[in-house]
Write a protein that binds this ligand. Sequence first.
Ligand SMILES: [Zn+2]
Length: 445
Amino acid sequence: MTAMRASVRSRGAALGAAVLLLAACHRAAPTPANLSTPPAAQLREDVTILASAALDGRGTGTAGNDSAAMFLARRYNALRLASIAQADRPACASGGVTGKAECFILPFTASVPVRNGAPRQLKTQNVAAIIPGKGPLASEYVIVGAHFDHLGRDSANARDPEKGHVMHPGADDNGSGTVATMELARRFAKQPTNRSLIIVNFTGEELGLLGSTQFAGNLPVPKEKVQAMVNLDMVGRMKNDKLIVYGVLTAPELKAIVDSANLAPKLTINAVGDGEGPSDHAAFYRKDLPVLHLFTDLHDDYHTALDLADRLNIDGLVRVTDYTERVVRALADRPGRLTFQRVQTAGANRPSSRAGSGVYLGTVPDMGAGDVKGMPLSGVRPGSPAEQGGLKAGDIIVKFGGKVINNIYDYTDALGSFKPDDVVEVVVKRGGDEVTLKVTLGKRG
Ligand SMILES: [Zn+2]
């Protein structure tokens, strides 16, 4: 998940450069695991590989990211999935089951926004596979996606910038969603749905939804044939059976599907309407497609060097995977189409100021709080400007530097309008009271 809301728009990016990329990229990519391993063991094994030192945090444009892409591609090839036809790559031109792992890789040049400068061009890749449907609905699609990139050694988006350029393993963000898509691919390959599925792993999410924006802007199938997009981002830290599902109001049919997939032993589902948000589903929502985003909430290790594989709740991850399988089957097998609808949310389409004033506060937003006016906090980073200024878990920020805060977008915009070392007045709701605090903003990175 991106540190804050991103609003990077599609920039025409060329497929191609594939051969170059493949020749240049990976260190020893791990080989695919035994395809009959039980789900919990498979998920654990795969996420341990993705979060390992060999992949170095999977930063976009690094060898670790390229290796992770190849790891995914080899798995999809081992599952005998179909690849997307790529006209400019002779070996992959026809698509379908080619037996060539590299055909699951979709190279493109990402344009990375740079503050006060020309965008940086970065060669990278999404990874995608198709599982053909059965019967008359096979020409329609459900997209199941998860970003596989993470921060690498970049401290700019990290929440522990004081540690410098350490590796950020990103086991939950988003090793968890990535291995869930791999497991779902295995299950759907064995037992396909009526509609076809596109399994896709995005790069560049942490830099501003670069891979998903590229993919959604160059869909390999007609947009009218896409039923919905389901995004898994940070699903590995389930606590108290809680699962947050965003996007349920992006089609009126979704609430019933989300509810009826929740079989015993039931999850406690916190359904949220909006289809915007700081992850890849937003790129599809912006193309007027119904979306869902599954999420087991933020935690203290988010975007730190401690987002480690052995800190995941693997049983919880299995439950999210089982649940997602039922949701995707319901979407892909139902006879009728979903009806896209845009969700009315204050601030949802406002351009973000993320491009970076470089300000660091150290708040941890409570993404599962539901419809609360303001920006509820589930915590503050130890030693951060937020903590030093007296902000606490459970506070709801309602005013920031004189601006009224109704939601996280208002907050992001307000924060972005300040500079490091500015002293800002923050009004929070704490219990029944309003408390006014003064915080001195820090600097990111
Ligand atoms: Zn993230």
